[in-house]
Each structure stands twice: as C-alpha cells, then as structure tokens.
Ligand binder design. Structure first.
Ligand code: SF4
Length: 512
C-alpha cells in the first residue's frame, strides 16, 4: 500500500499521483502543521479557507472509499514521521509542491516527488522556453500559450483579430452607481465552525481580519458553483473596468476565482474552457474573455515560471536598498465594527485610497490586481518599504496568497527590488493615476494635485521624492528617464523632499 501525501494547495482528485490512485492501492495523508500556522499572523479568512478545504477534501476522499490519515502535527515533517510510524507505507509519493522550501523538505525526507500538473505550463518547460528566446516578456509567453493551448484561436489567428484587448480594458470606474454582480455565499456549517474554534484556540493575535462570511468556497462543489456564477453573471462585465477601483464596492466584476485555482479546487484548463465556451456562445464579449484568459494562462503561469527560475535568490533581492519596516497601518489597519448588520472597519489612516484597500483586505482577504499593485505595492515602492516584509504581508493577508504568487509580483513587479528582471520599469505613480482609476480622491482630506504642504497627497509627494532619490539609476532607463528629467526641473523640489521626509516619519509612526 502506498501513501499519497496531498499538500494543502493540491486539493483535487485529478492532480498528481492521486489521479490514478484507487482506495485499493493508496492511503492518503493530509497534515495540518501547527508550525506553519504559527509562522505568521495569517488573515483569518485565509487560514480558515485552507484548513476547511483540507478537511472537506479528506471527507470526500473517505466517501470514495479511501483511507485518509488527516492529522494535526507540530510540523509537516513531524506529520510524515508519525504517519510512517503508524502505517509503514511501502512508499510515500507527492506531487511537486508549489514552494521551493516545500520541495526541499519532501526530498530531504525521502518522499517520491512526481511532476506537477497543476499548471498548464510546467516550470521546466517555461525554463526551456526562456532559454530558447531572446524576448521573454509576458506578452510573448502569453501568445506562446494561446498558440500551444488553442484558447481563443481561429486557426492560426487570434479570435477577434487581436491578441490583446488590454487597451479596451482600462476604463475608469463608471459614475452611474450601477449594481455589480454579487458574490455567491455559502452558509457556514459545523466544519467551518470547528476550524474557526481551532484558530481561535491559537490565541487572539494568531490571526487578523474579519471572520469568514461564506464568500469563499471551501469545497470543489462550491468552487464549481462559483465558476458557473463567474462565467454567467460576472465575466460579461469584467473587461472594461478590470483596472477600476471603487470605494463603494470591493469586487466590481472580478470573478474571485484565484483562491480556488491556487488551492487546486479548480484547475486552469476548466476555467479557461468555461470562459471560452461562454464567449463562443455569444454570452461574453471578446475583451472580457481575452482579459480573463490572459490572467490565467498568461500572467499566472508566467509568474509561476519566474518564481521557480529565480527562487531562492529573488527572496533577498533589494536593488533599491529599501529597508523601511512595513508601516504599522498594514499590521493593524483598523478596528472592525458592527454597523447595519454588516462588518465595517474604521481605518487608522486618513489616506482614503489606502484606507479603502486595507479595509477590503481586512474584510475579505482580497483586493484586485490594481489595488495590490498601484496602491499597496506603489506605496511600498515609493516609501522604500523592505520588499521582503511587504511580500510576506501580502502572502499571509490574501486568500489567494502564496510565496510563488507574491515573490515575482511584489519583489519583481511592485517594488522593482530585482532591478528590472521582472519588469522594464518601476510601476511608480502619484495621486493622479489613483484619481483617474478610482473614486478615492474625491472624499480624501489630501489633495492629489499638491506635492507640498499639509494637505499634499502623500502619493504625489512620495512619487517626486522617489524619482529624485533614485535619479542616478532611473535616468539610465529610457522608460522613466523623461519623468526623472521632469523631477529635475521642479522648482520646489527641496520643499517636496522636505515634505516627503515628514510623510515618511508619519507613516512610520502610524500617524498618516
Ligand atoms: Fe490617495 Fe492621495 Fe487620492 Fe487621498 S488624494 S485618496 S491619499 S491618492
């Protein structure tokens, strides 16, 4: 009898060695690691999602006839050792994990590791693709994936006559007060409550954030229901406003499927198949279908390939010498209060953009890519926050977080800490960008046009200060040289830099 060890982000019967396994030849091991839970202050919705999904998956496997050893242990290796001592399996086999440390751990403890099929492009194939080309931009990889996998292709040509409809998908938020498709919810049951009780027993400060409200599905059946809902009710409106940010709505027309993909509850091919079928049936416009499929087979798989290409060195990349501790408002963004039977959060910052995004993270463990990149990541970049600290915060605070997601996205993309390996320019922006893409600035006590004075927008002040601070390096980059020259020409640059020092001090003290 063999043991298949299923890790907490591989929860699918069709993945890895579990696909061919039968109850007659296989016992399944699942380990909840106390050390992992204690290793960070996780968002409670993230910890709840992973643990509950593991427990429900164990139940599904038992119902299928498998013997499942689902144990809580001091660590993953301890759980393996206890399992071996108890069952003496002929072999223990696992699919490649999604983390570098996890892979080393499995090898160190004599677990047979099979090739991951959780992504459409294995990272080994990604490395071959990188080695075979001069241009390895995400857009090149995306087209390679489209051709190879056949999504949205009419023969050799892209459906709709263009590879990329991004230019159509950058509309600012609509001001018409329209209704956005509501996320599905599943009432919490005894399994949810048992997990929450276990998390509560870890201590008051072991987790943070608002408790789960049933938004995040914790089983494959419920994740499939979310997929159906996403394709029929959400995706038709996704594209045009995918970069827009609203203070009054946390999800807009985003599908909210990323946590299920990252835990294995959904597989990338099935979500892309569903999106393409809806488009071919005339229910989803090409710009929305293309934008969604690009996120899944393009960006997501590109990030996965880059993670394995650069880990572990990427973890300590800090080319801009950013050593500021994570501002206190990230760790303690606000106080949750009950208001009109909904959970609301009074925030500890007067920056309305930051308050809104941190409130959404607190309440849901999720924000979309532009809020992550252009508010949270942008602030980290401009303020010189330690990129490893910001990476870790993102990884532990989002329901779809993982090291493989956050290292390329935060170290490479958001904070430019790898000096341009991942992206050709730093994604630095002042208040003007945030104002264009959101409704945040209107009600803010700061003025997004001002860079000096008490009511100057901190993003605008820090943007010019960032360009001045890194002028020697950035002047050599043709994609930002013009902005550096504009900073050089500012007559009030000394006053901007003085104000920036005040802003950074207030940020450090949690007074901004
Ligand atoms: Fe954010 Fe500045 Fe706009 Fe206020 S004015 S919401 S701080 S970008």
């Amino acid at each position: 009898m063999q043991t298949v060890w299923v890790l907490g982000d591989q929860l699918n019967r069709r993945l890895g060695p579990l696909r061919e396994a039968t109850p007659a030849d296989t016992r399944v091991l699942l380990v909840e690691s106390t050390a992992k839970l204690a290793s960070a202050r996780w968002h409670v919705q993230r910890a709840h999602l992973v643990l509950t999904a593991m427990r429900r998956f164990a139940t599904e496997l038992r119902e299928e006839g498998f013997e499942v050893d689902h144990r809580r242990s001091a660590s993953l290796p301890a759980g393996l050792a206890e399992h071996r001592a108890r069952y003496r399996p002929a072999r223990v086999v696992a699919m490649e994990p999604a983390s570098y440390d996890g892979l080393l751990m499995l090898r160190r403890h004599g677990v047979e590791v099979t090739r991951s099929d959780q992504f459409l492009c294995h990272y080994g194939d990604f490395a071959d693709w990188v080695a075979s080309r001069r241009s390895v931009r995400m857009e090149d990889f995306y087209r390679h994936q489209r051709r190879r996998l056949g999504y949205l292709m009419d023969g050799d040509e892209p459906a709709g006559g263009r590879w990329n409809f991004d230019a159509d998908n950058r509309e600012p938020p609509p001001r018409d007060g329209r209704a956005w498709p509501l996320p599905l919810r599943t009432p919490l049951d005894g399994v949810d409550r048992a997990v929450l009780a276990d998390l509560a027993a870890l201590g008051e400060n072991a987790t943070w954030g608002a408790p789960p409200d049933g938004t995040w599905a914790t089983s494959r059946a419920e994740a499939l229901r979310r997929l159906e809902h996403a394709v029929t009710a959400v995706l038709p409106a996704f594209g045009p406003h995918e970069d827009a940010m609203l203070s009054t709505n946390w999800h807009l027309a985003h599908t909210l499927l990323s946590p299920y993909l990252n835990l294995g509850l959904l597989l990338p091919a099935e979500v892309c198949d569903a999106a393409e079928a809806a488009h071919r049936a005339g229910r989803v416009p090409i710009a929305s279908a293309e934008g969604f499929i690009r996120q899944v087979i393009g960006w997501r798989e590109y990030v996965w390939g880059r993670y394995w290409q650069w880990v572990p060195d990427h973890r300590s990349a800090n080319e801009l010498g950013a050593h500021r501790p994570l501002p206190p408002v990230f760790a303690d963004p606000g106080v949750a209060t009950e208001k009109r039977s909904e959970m609301h959060t009074e925030m500890h910052t007067e920056m309305r953009c930051l308050a809104t995004v941190l409130r959404d993270v607190h309440d849901h463990g999720w924000t979309h890519h532009i809020q992550r990149l252009m508010v949270l990541g942008n602030l980290g970049l401009l303020a010189g926050v330690d990129p490893a600290e910001l990476t870790r915060w993102m990884w532990t605070s989002f329901v779809d977080g993982a090291e493989w997601v956050m290292l390329p996205n935060v170290i490479g993309m958001a904070t430019y800490a790898d000096g341009g390996r991942m992206t050709t320019k730093p994604y630095a922006a002042g208040g003007a960008y945030i104002d264009r893409m959101s409704d945040y600035c209107g009600g803010c006590r700061f003025d997004r046009r001002r860079r000096t004075g008490d009511n100057a927008c901190p993003f605008t002040t820090l943007y010019w200060d960032f360009l001045a601070r890194h002028a020697d390096r950035l002047r050599r980059n043709p994609r930002v040289a013009q902005q550096v020259r504009a900073a050089d020409r500012l007559s009030d640059l000394p006053a901007v830099r003085e104000r920036a020092a005040e802003v950074l001090a207030e940020l450090d003290q949690g007074r901004l």
